[in-house]
Design a protein around this ligand. Structure first.
Ligand code: ADP
Length: 390
């Protein structure tokens, strides 16, 4: 079949017929999870598959024959015809061929990020462009959610690293205290040896006051820093909290080789806890598991949620690493015990403090995978609690 280039109008019906009458092509377009749009050389839409309908919110019959720029936000919207013309003249690829990140526009006017790969083909003599489009908004949402989570967790790490905090307080307060001791000692010496130089004594006392104010300011700042670490109780889904924390723990490429098995019990999903703190616990335990298995070629982590008695959910995070060193077993959850070069040994003590603070328990056992298994419990949102809340 030959198709003549008839210019912008009327539309080349034959190409559309050809596209839509080809069963194989049609079934391919209908089933591909990517949006696929075929346009002619003038940018008019010839074919619009089902995935594209879902993505953009238009039915195929509403857009076929329209200019594809209607699916783009400005400035692409107005520049699109120029892009095509320039491409046809110069054959210089700007979007052609490559996977590119762009923004597209839904029927309701919302813009969303897409990954687009454009190819060109000849259908008989007529040039057509094919665009494969992937909606990245979910991926973008997930990325943003992880960023927020990371910031929140950093805050918890900061406030819950009690050992480090104690060190910071000692260090910061030491300087004004040493200065106060010096100035008051100078003043006392002058009074006791009879050299009553009131100007110098007055000066020393003024310095003392200044340093006391400085110490007070340090304490005030630290108090503000700690206040944000208060527990924020809410009903929270274990599945969601664990999913986010694991994604974060394995987000770097080091997590790529870890075989991860997660088995949620939907019956015990809603707990009463502080979402961010639980994510911190899961993050610590998964990171520890990953670090313990670092030298192994086969790395496996299994996460299970299940019931523990009538009122609690239990989470088990197990690995196939070397297991807990016997010399640590009695003080695993005490701070400053670590077998890692450069390890602070505070991670598990933080987990312990956070879980107990939320009314749960944490302990370690040997895992069925051969390594360590960390278990913790949390109070379920029980019937009683539901009634109390309502
Ligand atoms: P750190 O990671 O800084 O050492 P933690 O308190 O998180 O601090 O861990 C304390 C110690 O517990 C680790 O040094 C390690 O010896 C041991 N440990 C923690 N998790 C595991 C695990 N999954 N497998 C084996 N040992 C572990």
């Amino acid at each position: 079949m030959k198709v003549k280039d008839t210019g912008p109008m009327p539309m080349s019906e034959t190409v559309i017929d050809q596209l839509s009458s080809n069963d194989f092509l049609r079934s391919l377009l209908a089933t591909t999870p990517d949006g696929m749009i075929v346009t002619d050389r003038h940018g008019r839409i010839l074919s619009f598959n089902h995935a594209a309908e879902l993505m953009f919110g238009f039915r195929a019959r509403e857009v076929i024959g329209e200019n594809v720029s209607m699916l783009m936000p400005s400035p692409h919207r107005t520049q699109h015809d120029d892009y095509i013309l320039r491409y046809l003249e110069t054959r210089r690829r700007k979007v052609m061929g490559r996977g590119r990140l762009l923004t597209a526009r839904r029927r309701n006017g919302d813009n969303f990020p897409i990954d687009i790969a454009i190819g060109e083909a000849k259908l008989d003599d007529e040039m057509v462009f094919t665009a494969f489009i992937r909606d990245l908004s979910e991926r973008e949402d997930a990325r943003k959610r992880l960023q927020v989570l990371q910031a929140e967790l950093a805050q918890v790490s900061r406030t819950s690293s009690m050992g480090m905090l104690a060190g910071a307080i000692a260090h910061e307060l030491n300087q004004p205290l040493a200065a106060i001791a010096n100035y008051s000692e100078t003043a006392r010496a002058m009074v006791s040896d009879g050299s009553h130089d009131l100007d110098v004594i007055g000066d020393a006392m003024a310095h003392c006051t200044q340093e006391v104010m400085r110490a007070g300011e340090i304490i005030r700042r630290l108090r503000g820093f700690l206040a944000r670490g208060e527990i924020e109780w809410s009903r929270a889904s274990l599945q969601e909290m664990i999913g986010d924390a694991v994604a974060l723990a394995l987000a770097d490429c080091e997590g790529a080789g870890v075989a991860l098995m997660i088995d949620y019990d939907p019956e015990v999903d809603m707990v009463f806890a502080d979402r961010v703190q639980i994510q911190q616990v899961v993050l610590n335990l998964v990171r520890n598991a990953k670090e313990a298995m670092a030298d192994q070629s086969e790395q496996a982590i299994s996460i299970v949620t299940r019931r523990n008695g009538p009122e609690h959910a239990e989470v088990v995070i197990a690995d196939n690493g070397p297991g807990i060193s016997p010399r640590l077993s009695h003080r695993l959850f005490q701070p400053f015990h670590s077998t890692k070069a450069g390890g602070m040994g505070v991670g598990l003590s933080i987990c312990h403090a956070l879980v107990e603070g939320l009314g749960g328990k944490i302990w370690a056992e040997r895992s069925a995978l051969g390594g360590a298994a960390f278990h913790f419990t949390l109070p379920l949102v029980t019937e009683t609690l539901r009634i109390l809340e309502n």
